[in-house]
Design a protein around this ligand. Structure first.
Ligand SMILES: NC(=O)c1ccc[n+]([C@@H]2O[C@H](COP(=O)([O-])OP(=O)(O)OC[C@H]3O[C@@H](n4cnc5c(N)ncnc54)[C@H](O)[C@@H]3O)[C@@H](O)[C@H]2O)c1
Length: 448
């Protein structure tokens, strides 16, 4: 570890692992510490990325809560300031807890003046984002401050931006149709049964928790000046932004009659016919075929159980979670709200976020700036029931051509040459193909 930048991961869940994977393959950086309350996750993460299968954590490497780490780090600095010999601290932190916790953590760690990557969304209100910005702006030394908007860093999207803004393969961009196909089962998992199914205190929903990525992507393509442009040139900011959304599919009126009064898949007569059956999603399509990536959201230690005790034990543990249910009007709402219910009927859930939403963004022509920028329109369509899972796609209409993209292939047609060009972007490395890696964006952001 000597000479490498040391990083702490706060929250060793799905995203913590997504960043630890590429960092642990870098020559110049290492995952050095973890703060995570779930014992199995913390141990598994520590063994995989920090202290090894047979090793033990050193002082300052294992914490069950981020506050415990912060208190340790403050004391470590005080002792160091008093001339004592102390264990090393970390150079940076990945904040990978759920959305609502980001603001408290970010405000508390800002005075440490270390590198930070906070998962998106940075916070769940504009006021909280501004207070985080204020807290980090007061720091004396400039450090990396980043938010997990990984779409900017995938090889496909980096090439897309270069083709559009630097090479100008379709001339000026005039209009964009961008789609975020969330995926029929993925939406059921995260936004109907999972942690993002209810609007935030500020009444924001899937547009914030899912499509903040897409808004960032559009502004990165359409507002920011091209790479290499004069740094004084300001962003081309939109003139108006408007949105309409609805919850059309995941609600009681859409429940198939054959499902009758069932509120849980394990007790549902229609289970075998229903596409959203939790048994089909979590067992048939995952556990039964040895694919556990999403299952640890449902049962934290399922990979360990599978490995140590076999598939039958893992299945028992999965079903023990899936059969848990609540009774509307009887179970206190705060009990319902505080956890996911992965076996719950998607038509009987307590979700209220939109499953279909369109955003329209309009830019006025800018002929005052040294970089002339035409007026343009962009639409973002976030839609739940899609075959593709988060493989964003779109069409961009330019002054001299038309371009389409889908996360894999970029195709453009030049109106002047009447010529088509098709570019296939390279496949992600094998270790990334098994997990959701945002087309290499997770690696791109961490290794930048
Ligand atoms: N960048 C992306 O593309 C992307 C994709 C999915 C999710 N996210 C965001 O990443 C964040 C994490 O999502 P996830 O899917 O990894 O969730 P997760 O539930 O898998 O992981 C969160 C982890 O935080 C831990 N935690 C809870 N309290 C803690 C505490 N006091 N101290 C330390 N750790 C604590 C939990 O035990 C859990 O392991 C969310 O903000 C989410 O919106 C980003």
């Amino acid at each position: 570890m000597d000479g490498k930048l040391r990083f702490l991961v706060i929250g060793a869940g799905q995203r913590g692992v997504s960043y630890a994977n590429p960092v642990s393959q870098m020559a110049k950086a290492a995952i050095y510490a973890v703060a995570e309350p779930v014992n199995f996750r913390r141990q598994h993460f520590g063994k995989t990325y920090i202290w090894g299968q047979d090793g033990k954590p050193a002082a300052g490497q294992e914490f069950s809560d981020w506050k415990q780490w912060l208190a340790w780090e403050i004391e470590r600095r005080e002792l160091e300031g008093a001339g004592k010999t102390v264990p090393p601290g970390v150079d940076g932190v990945f904040v990978c807890t759920l959305d609502a916790m980001h603001v408290e953590i970010m405000l508390a760690i800002a005075p440490l003046n270390i590198h930070v990557l906070c998962e998106k969304p940075l916070a769940t209100s504009l006021a909280d984002c501004m207070s985080i910005l204020g807290a980090f702006s007061r720091n004396p030394q400039e450090k990396i401050f980043s938010v997990g908007h990984v779409l900017r860093y995938s090889p496909h999207n980096q090439l897309l931006r270069k083709l559009l803004l630097t090479d100008r393969v379709i001339g000026d961009i005039l209009s964009v149709e961008h789609t975020e196909p969330v995926g029929w089962w993925h939406f059921a998992h995260s936004y109907t049964r999972g942690p993002w199914r209810r609007a935030t205190d500020n009444k924001d929903g899937s547009l914030l928790t899912k499509s903040c990525h897409d808004i960032d992507f559009l502004l990165w393509l359409l507002s920011q000046a091209p790479d290499g442009a004069d740094k004084e040139i300001s962003a081309h900011l939109p003139k108006t932004i408007s949105s309409t959304g609805a919850l059309n599919q995941f609600k009681r009126s859409r429940k198939p009659k054959q499902a009758s009064e069932a509120t849980n898949c394990l007790a549902c007569p229609y289970e075998r016919q229903c596409q959203y059956s939790a048994v089909k999603i979590y067992d048939d399509a995952r556990l039964a075929v040895g694919h556990t990536h999403w299952l640890n959201h449902v049962v934290h230690d399922i990979e360990d159980t599978l490995h140590l005790s076999g598939v039958d034990a893992a299945r028992r543990s999965l079903y023990a979670n899936l059969e848990q249910d609540y009774i509307k009007g009887v179970t206190p709402d705060e009990e319902i709200a505080k956890r996911p219910w992965y076996g719950r009927c998607v038509y009987e859930s307590d979700n209220d976020v939109c499953d279909d939403q369109v955003v329209t963004i309009k830019w006025d022509e800018d002929n005052q700036s040294p970089l002339y920028r035409p007026g343009k329109l962009a639409t973002l369509h976030m839609v739940a029931n899609t075959e593709k899972e988060c493989e964003r796609r779109g069409i961009i209409y330019g002054s001299h051509g038309e371009l389409s993209y889908n996360g894999k292939t970029i195709r453009y047609f030049d109106f002047v040459q009447t010529q088509e060009t098709v570019i296939e972007t390279p496949d992600a490395p094998e270790f990334e193909q098994k997990i959701k890696s945002h087309g290499g964006g997770d690696r791109g952001l961490t290794t930048l």
